[in-house]
Design a protein around this ligand. Structure first.
Ligand SMILES: [Zn+2]
Length: 262
């Protein structure tokens, strides 16, 4: 079974002590390639550095998460533009709107999001999207900017949101949220209606540790080696084999992000 983790925050400092071991465990588990999420200027730089050290295996996104939207000032924009143009960067983001936490003022979130949608259009790269409790503004901006290529990462919403993203041409990223029997139940229904060639898989490590890992890991830190748990949960709901979910999502990820087969 060959898989691509399309969203792992491997630049996160929780991986500083043992990042190479994490990558080895991922490879041993069948995770052939990983898209390392950039969510600030600093983490984007680190993601690109990792992608250059592990060329062909790790790839980067370049973006400013809505939590950090206030950091993306007019003065900070040229640096992000330069990072987004890097050949190891396969998507612009993580960008979007988060009205659940509201860590940045909403008007600044919308400004940062709009700039990044423009940047994606200019670079020709797909967008790596984050949305929480902001669907109406979010979909309106995607439509206004005529976004057709990207992934709604860590999708946790319902059928209406799913169908609106699919209608734009977007892919849907499913995380270990689906393994959570307390809050992932509706997602188990929603995942049945995603076409196989639009379904991507991700750990969002170090977050969202799948709850059904056995034996339970010693820490709460998630890592790409646990991606098979997400695949099996998806496969179970869709009545498919894990191999078919893995195979289709790998092909879809390679196509969307333009990844070479290793
Ligand atoms: Zn996110």
């Amino acid at each position: 079974m060959e898989m691509i983790d399309i969203g792992a925050n491997l630049a996160h400092d929780s991986f500083d002590a043992d990042r190479d071991a994490v990558l080895q465990r991922a490879a041993a588990a069948g995770v052939a390639q990983i898209v390392v999420t950039g969510s600030s200027e600093e983490s984007t730089r680190r993601a690109i550095e990792l992608a250059s050290v592990h060329a062909g295996v790790l790839f980067a996104t370049a973006g400013i998460h809505p939590h950090h939207a206030a950091d993306l000032t007019v003065d900070a924009l040229p640096a992000l533009q330069a990072l987004a143009a890097d050949s190891r960067v396969v998507a612009v983001g993580e960008c979007g709107l988060d009205y659940f936490r509201d860590f940045s003022p909403r008007d600044l979130q919308r400004r940062a999001f709009a700039w990044q949608l423009e940047l994606a259009a200019r670079t020709g790269k797909p967008v790596f999207l984050h949305q929480r409790d902001a669907h109406e503004d979010f979909i309106a901006m995607l439509r206004e900017h005529r976004v057709t290529r990207g992934v709604a990462h860590c999708f946790t919403a319902g059928e209406r949101e799913r169908d609106e993203y699919l209608a734009l041409g977007l892919h849907i990223g499913i995380t270990g949220w689906i393994n959570d029997e307390r809050r992932g139940l509706h997602l188990r229904e929603v995942v049945k209606g995603i076409p196989a060639n639009r379904l991507l898989i991700e750990t969002d490590a170090p977050y969202l540790l799948p709850r059904d890992i056995a034996p339970k890991p010693k820490t709460r830190r998630n890592e790409p080696a646990y991606l098979p748990y997400v695949v099996r949960a998806i496969a179970h709901e869709r009545g498919e084999s894990a191999e078919s979910v893995a195979g289709a999502s790998t092909a879809a990820a390679r196509q969307l992000f333009g990844l070479p087969a290793p």
